[in-house]
Design a protein around this ligand. Sequence first.
Ligand code: GLU
Length: 261
Amino acid sequence: MQERNRIVVKVGTSTVCHPNGAPNLRRLEKLCRTISDLNNTGHEIILVTSGAIGVGTRKMGLSHRPATISGRQAAAAIGQCELMSIYDRLFMDYGSLSGQILLTKDITEDETGKQNVIATLRALLEMKAVPIVNENDSVATEEIVYGDNDTLSAVVAIFAEADVLVILSDIEGLYDSDPASNPDAKLISIVRDYDKAHQAASGSHSEHGTGGMITKIHAASIAREAGIPTVLASGTDPAILYDICDGVPAGTLFTVEGENE
Ligand code: GLU
């Protein structure tokens, strides 16, 4: 078992928010407590969080995400404030500093900007602060949008030279068939062949069953290029991060060549 010290943790909207878009305070509280506790034992955690548009939509009193791009960008602007205010308070409660970094996709092509982000991440980690990253949804246009934080989290893992990328989602991991339609579907604990995993996920008929699985496998492939393994696990109980840090099997591990299992 290999201990993992520097970890990028991505939490999706379904982990951070209730189905009605309101922030899931119980879960956020546990997430911040676990991350702060891991920080206290010398781990370095970078949080990539979604939820800005969901939280903003609800705060604007709307029952659905705005249909227009500018409406969603406004929702993100409102929701990002709310989200950061919650994270800041919770991390403060547990004695951790946190700081916000909002990125757009063009950062990978802008060498100076990229080096600045890398330096900021390093500086935050050196002062034991938790960097909290999201896409800058209010600025991103069609040409420079990640659109999903799975891909963004893989880019952040590479910038941060993380030991592991952890994607916490509303599904336990990757299944050999769609668990929504097949009660005998089995969780795959280790993925070595990413193409095969991709095919399995594309073969699923249920949107719910795959749960955005393709973008997660894509993110794992990007991380693997840099030698970073990915763990896909359920975000229902954020305490799962303790196991992942200790190298204890959890969810699905997308392994990289040469990693000890
Ligand atoms: N950046 C979007 C948000 O904060 C989420 C993107 C995603 O769902 O991956 O609402």
